[in-house]
Each structure stands twice: as C-alpha cells, then as structure tokens.
Design a protein around this ligand. Structure first.
Ligand code: BV8
Length: 248
C-alpha cells in the first residue's frame, strides 16, 4: 500500500478526551467538563486518596458505571484509527491519555494507556493489576497478597509517573508522522510530545481537534472539527497517499 510521503516510517497517534466525546464520555476542560464539577486535588491525586479513599472510589466508580452503559460505543474516529492499524499493522502506535476502553473496542491493539485504565484496579501494596468491572471500595481484597483495603483505580493521578514513558519516548524519537487528536494540550508529559517529536527529527506533525490546543503553533498541519468527521477523513487521505501536505 502506498502512503505517498509516508511510505516508510512509523506513525504515533496521541489521543485525548475529545476523541471519545461523541461516544458520550465527558471531556475534562470543556464547559461542564469533569474538572469543572470536581477539584483535581479532591479526586485525582495520591494525597486525595490518602485523605478520603471513599470519595475517590466514588468518583471512579461513577465513571466506570457510565462507561459500561449500553449507549457508550466507539465512534467513527476510533474505528478509523483501528482501520489504519489493520492496514499498516505495527507501524501504528496509539498513545492514549484516555482511561476508557473505546480504542480496544474499536479494534486497536497497538495501544498504550499512558494514564491507566478505568476497567482495571491495582493493589497499592503488591502492585497486582486486575480487571475491575464493578464498583471498587475500601473493603476490596487483593486476591494476590490477601491485603484488604489497598486496591486503588489503575489510573495515573497528578504527581504520579505516567506508564510506559520509555517506550513512548522511543516511538516519538523514531516516528515519521505524529498525530494529536482531541486533546487540549494541558497535561504533561503528553502536552510536550509534539515538541519532543519536532526536536528529534523530521516527523510531520498534525493536530486534529475541535479547536486549537495550547500547542497549536507547533503542529505543521491542523484540522478542526468533530473527531468523528475529521479523523476518518484524514485517515482516508493518508491511506490514499494524499496526506502530508498543507491543509486544504
Ligand atoms: C508527571 C487520569 C512526573 C485519570 C489524568 C507545570 C509544568 C509542567 C508540568 C506540570 C506543571 N505542574 C504540574 C505538572 C505535572 C502535571 C501536569 O501536567 N499538570 C498540569 C495540570 C499543568 N502532570 C502530572 O502530574 C503527570 N505526571 O508529570 O509525572 C513525575 C516525575 C517524577 C516523579 C513523579 C512524577 C501525570 C498526569 C496524569 C494526570 N491524570 N487523569 C482520570 O482520568 O481521572 S489527566 C486528565 O487530563 C485526563 O486523564 C486526560 O487524559 C488528561 C488530558 O486531558 P485531555 O484529554 O486533553 O482532555 P481535555 O478535556 O483537557 O481536552 C479535550 C479536548 O478535546 C479539547 O481540546 C476539546 O476542544 C477537544 N474536543 C472536545 N470535543 C471534541 C474534541 N475534539 C474533537 N472532537 C470532539 N467531538
């Protein structure tokens, strides 16, 4: 398959909450978003969990229940990225900040959840990670070390190290195309990826989102609109060998 200017080289795709917005998952910093109704310091830091574990559990339990609702399904943007991976296999890596499982449900497999996964829990004592479909509470038992009360959501809170940083850095260093989708560029280290890509080589950089992010000027190509429209359109152009030029 000819991809025009991207015939060789890897593609790294960073996704944020905007790709899941049209699937019914709330974004964080848009009007009415998650951080408008909850203070980060109360629900998404290790200190918050130390101080008030039931409150933090309830915050994630509510989001886990919402993710399980029948109407929450991958949208055309998730599906387009899965199609891209199907066509190009291991050349495509998705690095998502999202803790939902909509990329997997759309069929993506080469995927890093750098901020963790809502449908998993981890024992803070022994590190064991397990599937978590139901509510999690302070009485939960770790089936590995038998400790009671140490299970926490398998997510990365503010002040904690995101997952798989080495693998991500290597992929960013070696990519020919970096695409950022549906993220406001507010949270580091993800917000700095476009800068890292530009510093390390000749990769083409593309932003696809509803509106310009704070890193907008660092992207060589930019398209704005709902992800379910602009992502399939961009993937179609890429697979047709027509992408990589100035936006039309
Ligand atoms: C760390 C997890 C190091 C679970 C989340 C000053 C400078 C630099 C860094 C810092 C600093 N002060 C503090 C830091 C570090 C901090 C940070 O970046 N803070 C910010 C606020 C300044 N970062 C960290 O703490 C990170 N760790 O740095 O570790 C370290 C070193 C040594 C020792 C220890 C540690 C960890 C960050 C992880 C935070 N976890 N959540 C959960 O979800 O509850 S972050 C949270 O924001 C979400 O998880 C989300 O993934 C992330 C990013 O948000 P977005 O996805 O971008 O969502 P947002 O709502 O903002 O934007 C949505 C976008 O979509 C918008 O642009 C909108 O226009 C667009 N959109 C909307 N609808 C659509 C759409 N686009 C297309 N179509 C649509 N339909």
């Amino acid at each position: 398959m000819s991809l025009g200017v991207f015939d060789t080289g890897n593609i790294v795709i960073l996704t944020g909450a905007g790709i899941s917005a049209e699937s019914g998952i709330e974004t964080f910093r848009d009007k009415g978003g998650v951080w408008e109704r909850n203070r980060i310091e109360d629900v998404a830091t290790p200190e918050a969990f130390d101080k008030d574990p039931p409150r933090v559990h309830e915050f994630y339990n509510a989001r886990r229940r919402a993710l399980g609702a029948a109407n929450i399904q991958p949208n055309a943007a998730h599906k387009a990225l899965a199609l891209l991976e199907e066509r190009l296999a291991s050349r495509v890596l998705i690095v998502t900040q999202n803790i939902d499982d909509l990329h997997e449900r759309a069929g993506s497999r080469n995927l890093i959840h750098m901020h963790g996964e809502l449908l998993k829990a981890r024992c803070a004592e022994c590190g064991e990670v397990r599937q978590q479909i139901d509510d999690l509470g302070t009485e939960a038992l770790c089936l590995h070390c038998d400790r009671k009360g140490a299970m926490r959501p398998h997510v990365v809170w503010f002040g904690e190290m995101p997952f798989e940083q080495e693998r991500i850095a290597e992929a960013l260093d070696n990519c020919a195309l970096f695409i950022s989708i549906g993220t406001s560029g507010s949270v580091y280290p993800a917000a700095g990826f476009v800068h890292e890509v530009r510093m390390s080589g000749q990769a083409h950089t593309v932003e696809l989102s509803l509106e310009p992010s704070s890193g907008e000027s660092l992207f060589a190509e930019r398209h704005y609109g709902p992800a379910s429209r602009i992502v399939p359109h961009y993937v179609d152009r890429l697979l047709a060998g027509e992408a990589g030029f100035a936006p039309s």
